[in-house]
Design a binder for this molecule. Sequence first.
Ligand SMILES: Nc1ncnc2c1ncn2[C@@H]1O[C@H](COP(=O)(O)OP(=O)(O)OP(=O)(O)O)[C@@H](O)[C@H]1O
Length: 867
Amino acid sequence: MAEKETPMLAQYNKIKAKYPEELLLFRLGDFYELFYEDAHIGARELNIALTKKRVGKDKYIPMCGIPYHSADSYITRLVLKGYKVAICEQLEDASKAKGIVKRDVIRVITPGTFFENEKLKSALMAIDKVKGKYPISYLDLSTGDFIAGILDKDELISFIGKFQPKEILVRPEFDTSEIEEHFKHLFFSKISEELFSNYKELFNYFNIQDYKSFGFTEKEKAVLPVITAIFNYAKATQKSFLPFIKKPKPYREDIYMRIDYHAQKHLEIVSSNEGNISLFNVINKTLTGMGKRKLRYFLLHPLKNKKEIQKRQQAVEELLDNELREEIKKYLKEIFDVERLVSKISSNTLTPRDMISLRTSLDKIQQLKQLSDKFNSEYLKQLFKQIEDFEYLVDKLYRYLEDNPPIHLKEGGLIKKGVDKYLDELKEIREKGDKWIKEFQERERQRTGISSLKVGFNKVMGYYIEITKPNLKFVPPEYKRRQTLSNAERFTTDELQSFEEKILSADEKINALEYEIFMSLRDEVNLLSDKIAKTAQAVGEIDAVVSLAQIAIEKNWIKPEITDDYDLVVEEGQHPVIVNFNPDFVPNSLKMDKNSYFHIITGPNMAGKSTFIRQSAVLIVLSHIGSFIPARYAKIPVVDAIFTRIGSADALAKGLSTFMVEMLEMANIINNATEKSFIVLDEVGRGTSTYDGLSLAWAISEYIAKNIKAKTLFATHYHELTSLENEIPQVKNFYMHIKEEGKEIRFTYKVLEGFTNKSYGIHVAKLAGIKNEIIERAYEILEKFENSEKIKTSEETNILKQPEKRYNEIKEDLEELPIFKQLKVIEEENKYKEIIEYLKNIDIGNITPLQALNILNELKNKIKNDR
Ligand SMILES: Nc1ncnc2c1ncn2[C@@H]1O[C@H](COP(=O)(O)OP(=O)(O)OP(=O)(O)O)[C@@H](O)[C@H]1O
């Protein structure tokens, strides 16, 4: 006969059945316990001991436990590793419970919802697919920011790159592979269809009747399911911990300059490649959490409206005034991360200290608002106008809240005197109690003649009278022994006991009442959440603009002139990140106009080509966020997109060849760039055989220069490309100047007009420390090559213009190259896919034997054609 489950195990199994995918942390006294498979995972991932729990006469189940008091760090580790953790709490006081203590899951923490954890930062996204487009929504539970929009595939990839969601919600049938091939570590949660369709709670929460109230148009209807899904998921997992969520805002890519995912990464705008530092880290001088996030947002969303950019510039210019800026900074320094605090208000994670931080912040924000008359800039005026008045609330919080409250809500010490009459009375009893104890101690000393007699208190024993061992003989008979210590004994008396009951019940009442008052205060603040959040946004934006002014002053940057024309001029520009570490950085200029917009830059390795072309793109980005830039003078036309194609190894890990990645990126550029775009190309075509690569680089350059007419900087080692200058008038050659001093060379990092055939590769090898005898031998071989090159016929050099002819000549050799073999495999795989698809679509139940024979024949032919 099956053994009966213990009540605890029955309770566990019932709850676990509702959370099969989560690790269930089951609260037992001072521990959270994990059982069965969860225990194995927990022990392995947290490196803690796997033990057993006895659940019947001879029955044991696997168990591991983490202490309640340090649970946070364990939970963080599990969530960081991509687990979802369900916290199951005791819902009643164990000492007062009849039978087994009630327990239930109070919250599920997932990678995208651990909003109070600084390390993880909540970032939840939902993606759907409708008619080839991707409706998306994004919710940051730590700030309450909520956005939604409809993106195309490239925009979706770029969005994920910008916002870096920690968890992506999709429908069960969603094919995640098309996104995963672009990113290394994404965490997808497949959630039920029901969460996408049931928008009742969402509408209730925001008190609306229709999604259009959020500002979406009829055309954007497809965002409703993703908004709904993200909201329902947050609610279902966070339960009473659900923080304040702002109304979802339409996210429309088309109002910003497009910087796709590759460009963000290659230009190291907000995150850098290993060992480097990002543009954001260099220019970030913000003083608040909101400001930091806003500046980051600015960088990832440069404006593309001249007037808007100029408005920001004007604000930055005004803030160059040291006195004014310092005055604002004085307040900003004391403002906490209000967005995060607001999000906590409606959730159970708000601590009394958070409330004090909010009080201080709102107070400083009120003082900051006093400065609003001092500005002329339209943009600053507008931002200051968005700061709401919280005078009444601040005053109330000062009147109500103790300045140094404890961390926990239920320990009392939260509320000042004068707030509640009954509370004051209770506190008086407690104070009188202190006095009474002193008098009682004095009285007992007199009565017993024991001058060292002490009245003390601890949580376990309550009040007691302590008598040292030598004085025990003087203890009166009515004293009741409570505890024996090594050199003293502890007693109580009827009088002390009845006092204790009175005082302890006052204490309990005080704590309960303070908690109640604190909660009603919290509710009051909660009603203002929306206003506080909007104010916090404005403060963040002020902080970001102040930061732009601060860096401009510190680095002596200039204001670029923004135009709607075509021409671009940067005189003596510098790379803002590299110059930061290299004071000897050599400035360079760039001039582009309708007669000269495709620049080919040649020069040896290490001469500074990449730095120059990236610098140009970065200066354009900075100019479009309203920032000043490191240059002597600059005139920047509004650019609609920045595209980059820069050699990288990042996609290799995903099994795509470098060449394939390169071509995918090129295809994206060619399909999307316009005359108003800025393109940066570094070494296009290097991933394949020289002639293929060169022919492609040539054809692509020709296409961009003739048809797209986007401003383009192309750094290359293909010296042959410089002949494009003769073919297309708008193509111009530039090269990195090198100074030759005997056999030595020196990089000057100067970009000059014209081109050079010398590659100096051997020089660079020498600089890198390659042995002298090898270097000498390389020079000998080079000389031989150069001599044989001289007698080549002109027909041979002309291969560039006849890539196909040349291709046929060398076809056999090329096919031996690994890249070709790889492409062949891809090609074949695609053919097989076609056949598989064909087979899948055959409805066997509905065909005649003759049709079956025909199909077989067709399949045979398909395979024959391929062989
Ligand atoms: N204008 C400059 N002033 C001073 N140092 C520079 C300048 N430009 C580049 N450098 C330094 O020169 C080094 C090489 O630069 P970069 O990578 O741009 O060269 P490259 O020509 O693109 O080389 P490769 O062809 O090998 O990729 C870097 O360490 C960079 O910091």
